[in-house]
Design a protein around this ligand. Structure first.
Ligand code: SAM
Ligand code: SF4
Ligand code: F3S
Length: 481
């Protein structure tokens, strides 16, 4: 199956999990090589994958070379996630695999980066003896010093959370060979306090990156052959950057415009939008530029206003539906996806039904769905009892997954017979003869390669579909207006 969606639907895992543990592939080489090699695996959200590129840049500037083989590494790094308990369990299990590396090469250093490092801090060193370095998401510039400290035999920790750090001046230099799609972080941290969520504790306060450094990075990516950028933030709608010299302020809608103007051939996507902050101005900007994709990820979490209140999402079901109505009005046929959590504290059967009924109203193209996992230190952990039995959480999750699958198919079926403009991203996993691409609405499209190339825009006539992909044939190169 082409789209990892289906694997996800089968396994109840988020889409990103198809990439969990992925290593970096670089085209860049170390500056003044120091003879040492590092290996890095990334877990969690797109932001973590994007951060791993910053980490790589910092280390390569210090002379480290990247290896994809951990057996030859002098430094092994795991960039971790803490969002749910199973994300942390996975990292702990993975750690054990590196025991032989340490035995074979006792001077090898093992570092934990990212959200689990930030959440557990020094405690990680006590719990997992294999670890030498603990480095939080705002301390990556300090990694060379931490490595040197660990080499001298001391365990090294930096989990300082900054109010300013955006790594704006560290060009992550996209590291995948021949890449077409890239992630660009536009902000860090989160100021919302959703009661279930660990992110404000692991990523700190929200801060926006210099708008012109974002635009310059996107331009550089385009010049290097990239054809799609996804602007990343936990709540992109609250992006706000002020030039301290001119006092010019750039909002998210204005940033979108700056990036869209880089080149009409550069597609622009973004994630994640927060329903409380998503304003019509952003939707109008999307409608104005053909290269800003018609796709919005607008996580609702629950269809019940009472549960949303307990989650501290600061919007109601009615507010959310008003935002959906605005999307449909301003950008007809816009792709819409969401996140859901089932079995949050005190959620009743009727409230779960409200989530299902909201899904029926919106008919999402796609969704990431989870059952609630209590996280230490969060508002919900301190205030509410995690009182829904695991069995019930899982049963409710299965019900929303089943319904989403019906909707995903129902949303794909009307595309049959249409001709869609597709950006070719890669060779299909299923067959070397086919290409994998996506439409503006984020629909996966599979078609025979003919003489097209990766990075081309192609018009594809859709002949059939599954719940996760559209299948068709190319009818010619797509015109870019
Ligand atoms: N900032 C994004 C937003 O507000 O929509 C979400 C970021 S979070 C990394 C991704 C998703 O993980 C959330 O939307 C939520 O559905 C899920 N999530 C977060 N904390 C969770 C928890 N404690 N248990 C289960 N799922 C959780
Ligand atoms: Fe977590 Fe809420 Fe912030 Fe998203 S908006 S990262 S769910 S606190
Ligand atoms: Fe996980 Fe941290 Fe992202 S907790 S989801 S890696 S912001």
């Amino acid at each position: 199956m082409e789209n990892p969606t289906l694997d996800f639907l089968k396994q109840n895992k988020p889409l990103d999990e198809s990439r969990q543990g992925e290593t970096l592939d670089m085209k860049r080489e170390a500056k003044d090589p120091n003879g040492k090699k590092f290996y890095i695996e990334s877990y969690g959200c797109q932001m973590n994958f994007s951060d791993s590129e910053i980490v790589a840049s910092v280390l390569m500037d210090e002379g480290f070379d990247l290896t994809k083989n951990h057996e030859e590494a002098d430094l092994i790094l795991l960039n971790t996630c803490a969002i749910r308990d199973n994300a942390e369990q996975r990292v702990r299990a993975r750690l054990k695999n590196f025991t032989p590396n340490k035995k074979a090469n006792p001077s090898m250093q093992l570092g934990i980066l990212g959200c689990m490092a930030e959440r557990l801090k020094e405690k990680l060193l006590e719990e997992e003896k294999l670890i030498d370095i603990v480095c939080g998401p705002d301390a990556y510039r300090d990694l060379p010093r931490l490595v040197a400290e660990a080499e001298s035999g001391r365990k090294a920790v930096n989990v300082f959370l900054s109010r300013e750090e955006t790594y704006a001046d560290i060009s992550p230099v996209k590291l995948t060979k021949g890449g077409i799609t890239a992630f660009v972080s536009i902000m860090r941290g989160c100021n919302n306090m959703c009661s279930f969520c660990v992110v404000p504790f692991t990523r700190g306060r929200e801060r926006s990156r210099n708008a012109y450094s974002i635009q310059a990075e996107c331009r550089q990516l385009f010049d290097e052959g990239y054809r799609e950028v996804t602007l990343l933030g936990q709540n992109v709608d609250s992006y706000s950057w002020t030039n301290s010299e001119t006092e010019e302020n750039v909002s998210f809608a204005q940033l979108l415009e700056l990036v869209a103007q880089v080149n009409p051939l550069l597609r622009v996507r973004f994630s994640t939008s927060h329903p409380k902050d998503m304003v019509d101005e952003v939707l109008h900007t999307m409608a104005k530029y053909e290269n800003i994709c018609n796709y919005i990820h607008l996580p609702v979490q629950s269809g019940s206003t009472r549960v949303l209140d307990l989650m501290n999402r600061t919007y109601s079901r009615e507010w959310y539906m008003d935002r959906i109505e605005a999307i449909n009005r301003i950008i007809p046929n816009c792709g819409i996806s969401s996140d859901f959590i089932t079995g949050f504290c005190t959620e009743t059967e009727e409230e779960h039904q409200e989530t299902l009924s909201l899904m029926e109203l919106v008919k999402y193209d796609f969704a990431y769905m989870y059952y609630y996992s209590e996280r230490p230190g969060t508002l919900a952990e301190r205030k509410y009892e995690d009182d829904i039995p695991l069995e019930t959480k899982k049963r409710r999750l299965k019900e929303i997954i089943d319904l989403q699958q019906v909707h995903s198919l129902a949303k794909n079926e009307p595309e049959i017979g249409k001709t869609l403009k597709v950006l070719v991203e890669k060779v299909s996993r299923r067959s070397d003869e086919d290409f994998y691409g996506r439409s503006s609405e984020n629909r996966v499209v599979i078609f025979p390669r003919q003489n097209y190339r990766i990075g081309d825009y192609v018009n594809v006539k859709i002949e059939r579909c599954t719940s996760s992909s559209l299948i068709g044939h190319a009818v010619g190169p797509a015109e870019i207006v």
